[in-house]
Design a protein around this ligand. Structure first.
Ligand code: NAD
Length: 360
């Protein structure tokens, strides 16, 4: 039995989570496993009920389970709150820190049925299949920050970028391991021509390469990488980078596929993995059965793969998504002329039915 803490959150969060749970039920039937799910409050809806976006009970539930499945948090209703009470700053960042998930994994795959949905030419993105491995708990975002008053009346700001050998090594090992299981190519992205932190990054990653003989390692400067990603994205297999570069590049990579509603993520490295779609709470479409549940369903597939070691079941879910798209079913965000429109509930149901009928 696997214990899953489920955090629906705000906006479309509860809708897409319901879709993923429907698919997990189908996996239970097919694979003969048991998932014990426990729901907990997070985000704006938690603030409304408990006065905090990350209640202690939620923290405990996340620390004492086998995996956490999160919908999304936030919305205009809570934007005016002080930073520490806002859904993202007050709940998501502390949760990632508590779970010590130092690596964020974002697979970016263009489903062949959706090649026309990208803003890039079909010949550039067709067959695209890459993974960004982003360091998640170090670097500029977590370093000391301060402001100083200057004698001329202006201000000076100082932000600190720190990385230790150990922090670089552990996330690099994860990326090497991932490349080993995929096409065997690892691109480590840095700014070693300017930054000392990047020079250490490059040294540590290079030193590890000998332990992974099947993996071809290349180093690329981040500015060149941003350019290569729109010029010839299929050259990439696994991209490894530090926190801020990864934040920017992973969003850029996600856009190659044309739809934010399709892309999952996993945050790994601690005792408990955290799985969530890359999109937010989409308040503009919440409550209308319009949200695409596929990003959350594919996040659940990542949970099966990385937290439960259920590779076959994960592949079954991914194939079910492919099959439903091949049959022409589309939620509104990926709708194309001549296709069949499905709401959130129907889309999840179609995927679940395929899982139930598929091979396990
Ligand atoms: P968003 O990702 O919520 O929405 C951006 C656009 O994409 C919207 O037009 C939305 O309708 C659409 N969209 C997003 N997910 C979709 C889905 N599954 N199906 C169909 N369409 C989808 O980003 P935003 O509008 O910038 O932010 C809305 C709220 O979400 C804000 O409060 C923001 O802080 C929060 N947010 C939360 C997370 C998170 O929980 N991890 C991430 C990003 C933003």
């Amino acid at each position: 039995m696997f214990k899953i803490t489920v955090l629906p959150g705000d906006g479309i969060g509860p809708e897409v989570i319901a879709g993923a749970l429907r698919v997990l039920q189908a996996v239970q039937k097919r694979a003969g496993v048991e998932f014990a799910t426990r729901e907990a409050a997070i985000g704006g809806s938690a603030y409304d009920r408990f006065g905090t976006p990350l209640p202690g009970e939620t923290q405990q539930a996340c620390l004492h389970c086998d995996a956490v499945l999160l919908g999304a948090v936030g919305g205009p209703k809570w934007d005016a709150l002080p930073v520490h009470l806002r859904p993202e700053a007050g709940a998501l960042l502390p949760l990632r820190k508590q779970l010590a998930v130092f690596a964020n994994i974002r697979p970016t795959k263009l489903h062949s049925a959706l090649a026309e949905a990208s803003t890039l030419k079909r010949e550039v993105v067709a067959g695209l299949d890459l993974v960004v491995v982003r360091e998640l708990t170090g670097g500029l975002y977590f370093g000391d920050k301060r402001r100083e008053e200057l004698p001329d009346g202006g201000q000076k700001v100082v932000e600190t970028l720190e990385y230790s050998t150990g922090e670089i090594e552990r996330v690099a090992r994860m990326a090497f391991g991932m490349a080993q299981k995929r096409r065997g190519k690892l691109t480590s992205v840095d700014k070693a021509n300017v930054l000392e932190s990047s020079r250490l990054w490059r040294e540590v990653v290079s030193d590890l390469a000998g332990e992974y003989p099947g993996v071809e390692l290349e180093h690329m400067l981040v500015d060149n990488c941003a350019m290569q990603m729109v010029r010839h994205p299929r050259q990439f297999d696994v991209l490894l980078t530090e926190n801020m570069f990864g934040d920017i590049l992973s969003d850029q990579a996600s856009q190659l596929t044309g739809s934010i509603g399709m892309l999952p993520s996993a945050s790994l490295g601690g005792q408990v993995g955290l799985y969530e779609p890359i999109h937010g709470s989409a308040p503009d479409i919440a409550g209308q059965d319009m949200a695409n549940p596929i990003a959350t369903i594919l996040s659940a597939a990542m949970m099966l793969r990385y937290s439960f070691n259920m590779e076959e079941a994960a592949a079954l879910v991914e194939q079910a998504v492919e099959a439903v798209l091949e049959e022409g079913w589309r939620t509104v965000d990926i709708m194309q002329p001549g296709m069949r429109r499905a709401g959130t509930v129907q889309m999840a149901g179609l995927v679940a039915e395929k899982v139930e009928r598929g091979r396990s």
